[in-house]
Design a protein around this ligand. Sequence first.
Ligand SMILES: CC(C)(COP(=O)(O)OP(=O)(O)OC[C@H]1O[C@@H](n2cnc3c(N)ncnc32)[C@H](O)[C@@H]1OP(=O)(O)O)[C@@H](O)C(=O)NCCC(=O)NCCS
Length: 235
Amino acid sequence: MTDVLDAPVAAALAGPHAHLARRVGRAASYDRAVATFSAVPPDPGQQDWDDLAALLGPGRFADLFSLPVTPPASWEPAFRLDGLQMVGSSSLASAVRDPAVEELTADDVPAMLALVEQARPGPFWERTFEMGRYAGVRDDSGRLVAMAGERLRVPGLTEVSAVCTAPEARGRGLAELLVRDVAARIIERGDQPFLHVAASNAGAIRLYERLGFVVRREVVFHGYRTPPRRSPSRP
Ligand SMILES: CC(C)(COP(=O)(O)OP(=O)(O)OC[C@H]1O[C@@H](n2cnc3c(N)ncnc32)[C@H](O)[C@@H]1OP(=O)(O)O)[C@@H](O)C(=O)NCCC(=O)NCCS
């Protein structure tokens, strides 16, 4: 069942997130304000790369997530990051509903973006919250200080993402509380939770392992710039 996790962006865009997808031929991408993640088939040919370039536009960011494919040499590398893909078990089903945990809505997007800017959990855009359910905890003044939510959704599995706590609120168990809450709702819906984390993020990996997540595979996240627009040839 976890084979869909080998190409989770493609599986999400072809399945539960089809309503958030843009496509040209066999290339697909999320609506830009939702996520930059793009997908081509696992055996892409020149046509697939041309289709993805047409979909994204010239000189645009093409985030291939963890798909182990190499674009043509004219695609300029933009970033590369070693990561881990982890899956959670049904032991996460028993989370206690804590009254401190609030559902986040479209009204909370500015606060979510501010927290992401401060805590930097990874990519998160203006409409990322449309990918799934997001939950958060506020401090006494009402400021959002911790959050977690759902990102990629493939048949049978949902990704836990945007796990972050403002620096001044760390070490109080807020991330644990929120990951448990998000994972328990995923399991309630009949899905299995999974997640991605940078291989260098020892603190977060420790947290996920403590919660029962195990490493499924090592991944490399990578992104490129599509080829620039060709200047028109002079007569
Ligand atoms: C990783 C991160 C989300 C953890 O948030 P947090 O709210 O501090 O997490 P927790 O409080 O649940 O756990 C952190 C530590 O505090 C400890 N802790 C929790 N409650 C505690 C308490 N009441 N008293 C003392 N220690 C406590 C935990 O045991 C844990 O210890 P460890 O680091 O040795 O494992 C936070 O550091 C962060 O936002 N980092 C930047 C963004 C990021 O990397 N996100 C993950 C992306 S995959």
